[in-house]
Design a binder for this molecule. Structure first.
Ligand code: ZN
Length: 749
């Protein structure tokens, strides 16, 4: 049912017809809402806050009526703390709260999120602490502000292993723990795998950097099938609404003018499948479901498209829903401002587990019970402008209705009277601003949790993968005295976003033109030359790319980035000697540079210098023993060199470490074929083809079967191969055709 066309059971136009919510069971068993309460409605779901408001603005009788309804319905406030509950945490990447039906959006289609809100507790004003995926998830998982968990940006930080995470706590309590993430930003190498028995971050189909909700679902579903009676904590992360906005059919057509809404609708559909699975397993009454966004998204407001640069509400306000049948009240809405750091302590409280000292968030249960309605103060920050663009980082504080932002040109907004943050009242409200500035300083100083932090250096492969997610580096990441305010860089920001868009579209010439322009604006920054050279290399203009990098090296000699890019460019251009020289320069600056070591090994291997190549491979593996790229290439090198047992050992290890990747199985199969062990070759190649059908697996399967004398099967696989030999070389296609003809003749004899 789930890959089929989704039924439009939910019609936004019908949203507000009914005064009271009504649940409808759709033919597939999912419960869709067909009527919903409007925000601020005086229906029973509105809760105590509305009672107070009404008492002020209307009349006492109305208020008394509402309070009475709340009182008569015990499920409204009752909470059953229960350590036997399972926890399903669903995080929605890049999902703005105000693009979801239950948050009042009429043009989208989110029946399943709306149903969760309807059956649970919805926080109307939940704030992310950082508008970036990895730091924000670290805040969710540790219940701490970024200055404490010390992960301030994607890619260049790792959550230190001494940090306490929700997964660690629940694992220690005996829960089975599993995570299924959909973006490379959350790859296990960045530390969030702490405490998880299973951490599934494999993205093999389509992109090495992300996967769609529909690719994640079967992995989650298989895992849940393996869970028997144990309690579990399962984290499912959806990445679909992130740029580029490109929903799959039928959402592509249905939301052709609003593709972001289409991505959200598609994600919601898969959330429906996840909930259906929970229901199928009879776990609905035994599972706490928590849905949280990691940050929002800007659509051009305040000059930003995407997220990460600014600290305005559209990038910080996220959906937050808690739902647990018979344990939490249903259709409850909570208006006060709360934070993502409160998610973890709230989950622990619902499970009746003690809250650790290091957690800075608080349990939201008093809010759910209606005993508390004070806004919670939130620290906010983004280092992205500094670390990726060479501009000033931004810090801020949200306190009651006010937001203060510390920047070269400071900002203060009244979120109540000016929710779009269009009027900076920093100068007018100087006293308020100065008080908030003081609180911000105090908060960051006093709340610091000691512990290690892990800044890390990206490999070339990681840079590529982040680039494909839209996180491009335009800065050398050296702190600049008097760095410009991001607000004053809107023209450059637009150019950067346009260049990214061209890269997404594969229009590398247009991207190169823009990078050329940016280079003239930032001639002293290595990243400017790097970006331009990369775009030029992608148009296959290697000479121009090499020229650009050489120009950069004249300005900034000994730049590690530029030298290693030069080495790579020489390598792909087939200029092996020069590649080696450039990489040798990189290794003089940084002897542990993994890409320089790997590229040198490959170049030396290509030149037939086997001993030296082997030495470089081993040096690279001493730096990063689990590096998949290096291991794969090393095993290939060993196989070609006739060192089959060593190659088999490495490939076997890779098949165990990456069981959802077809490539290690394929290479292992080919290696067995090289020594005539066709049974093992066929076994591994079939496994590879079952993970992901590919011409290469079909070809080698056919050859192995032919060698074994199974001509009928060989014919079948050659035909499959020739059906779609995309990416294959002409000589191999010809050879396959000839072999097929030959086998058919043999069969006819
Ligand atoms: Zn994110």
């Amino acid at each position: 049912m789930f890959f089929g066309r989704c039924e439009r059971v939910f019609c936004p136009h019908r949203l507000f017809r009914r005064r009271f919510p009504r649940l409808l069971t759709a033919p597939n068993g999912l419960r869709y809402i067909t009527g919903m309460k409007r925000r601020g409605d005086s229906s029973p779901g509105a809760g105590i806050r509305h009672a107070a408001e009404k008492a002020n603005s209307y009349n006492y009788a109305a208020a008394a009526f509402i309070v009475l309804i709340s009182f008569l319905n015990p499920s409204k406030t009752s909470i059953v703390r229960d350590p036997t509950l399972n926890v399903l945490l669903i995080t929605l990447d890049t999902t703005r709260a105000d693009r979801i039906g239950c948050y009042g959006y009429l043009q989208g289609r989110t029946p399943n999120l709306d149903a969760l809100a309807q059956n649970g507790v919805r926080f109307e004003n939940a704030y992310a602490q950082v508008p970036l995926t990895l730091p924000s998830h670290c805040s969710i998982m540790t219940g701490t502000f970024p200055f404490s968990h010390a992960v301030h940006n994607n890619a260049v930080y790792t959550l230190a292993s001494d940090k306490l995470t929700l997964a660690k706590i629940l694992k220690a309590q005996g829960f089975k723990t599993a995570a299924f993430v959909s973006s490379f930003s959350l790859d296990s190498r960045f530390g969030l795998d702490l405490g998880f028995d299973v951490y599934d971050d494999n993205f093999q189909e389509g992109s090495p950097s992300e996967r769609r909700a529909g690719q994640l679902y079967p992995v989650f579903s298989n895992w849940l099938d393996g869970v028997k009676d144990e309690r579990f904590f399962c984290w499912v992360h959806f990445f679909d609404p992130h740029l580029p906005y490109n929903p799959p059919p039928p959402y592509r057509d249905q939301f052709s003018d609003r593709p972001y809404d289409g991505e959200v609708a598609y994600m919601d559909f898969v959330i429906g499948a996840v909930m259906e699975k929970i229901k199928e397993r009879n776990l609905l009454g035994r599972t706490l479901v928590v849905v949280a966004g990691d940050h929002g998204e800007a659509f051009g407001e305040k000059g930003e498209a995407g997220h990460g640069i600014f600290l305005y509400d559209m990038a910080l306000k996220v959906p937050l829903i808690f739902s647990a049948e018979n344990h939490l009240p249903a259709h409850k809405e909570i208006p006060p401002r709360v934070r993502l750091i409160d998610v973890m302590p709230t989950i622990l409280d619902i499970l009746n587990f003690p809250r650790s000292e290091s957690i800075q968030g608080i349990s939201l249960i008093p809010y759910i019970q209606g005993n508390q309605n004070e806004d919670l103060e939130s620290y906010i920050e983004t280092y992205y402008p500094q670390e990726n663009l060479g501009w000033a980082p931004l810090f801020g504080l949200i306190s009651r209705d006010w937001k203060y932002i510390r920047a070269p040109r400071e900002e203060l907004y009244n979120l109540k009277s000016d929710p779009d943050e269009t009027r900076n009242v920093f100068v007018v409200e100087r006293k308020k601003a100065s008080a908030m500035k003081g609180s911000l300083d105090k908060m960051t100083k006093e709340s610091l949790v000691p512990g290690s932090s892990g800044k890390r250096v990206l490999t070339a492969d990681e840079q590529e993968r982040f680039r494909s997610l839209g996180y491009v580096n335009y800065s050398d990441n050296t702190p600049v005295v008097e760095a410009p305010d991001p607000k004053d860089k809107l023209d450059e920001l637009k150019m950067i976003r346009d260049a990214e868009e061209f890269e997404f579209e594969g229009n590398f010439q247009a991207a190169a033109d823009l990078h050329q322009k940016m280079l003239s604006l930032r001639p002293g920054v290595a990243a400017s030359y790097d970006n331009l050279a990369l775009a030029q290399a992608r148009t296959k203009n290697f000479d121009a790319a090499i020229q650009t990098l050489k120009q950069g090296l004249e300005k900034i000699p000994h730049s590690e980035i530029l030298l290693s890019r030069l080495g790579h460019t020489y390598l792909v251009a087939g200029r092996t000697d020069e590649a080696l020289t450039a990489m040798a320069e990189v290794l003089k600056i940084n002897p542990q540079h993994i890409d320089a070591l790997a590229a040198s090994a490959l170049a030396l291997g290509n030149m037939g210098k086997k001993e030296e190549a082997r030495e470089y491979f081993e040096r690279a593996l001493a730096v990063d023993p689990g590096n998949k790229f290096v291991l794969t290439n090393y095993a290939n090198f060993l196989a070609v060199d006739g060192k089959i047992p060593e190659a088999v050992e490495i490939f076997t290890r890779l098949t165990q470490d990456f069981p959802q990747d077809d490539k290690p199985f394929q290479l292992l199969g080919i290696t067995y074929g090289m020594i005539g062990d066709y049974d093992k070759a066929i076994e591994n190649l079939k496994k590879a083809a079952s993970i992901k059908p590919s011409p290469s697996s079909y070809y080698y399967l056919a050859i192995s079967l032919k060698e074994k004398g199974d001509f009928a099967e060989a014919v079948r696989y050659l035909e499959l191969y020739l059906e779609d030999p995309k990416g294959e070389t002409e000589p191999r296609i010809k050879k396959a055709q000839a072999t097929l003809e030959h086998l058919k003749k043999l069969r006819n004899k």
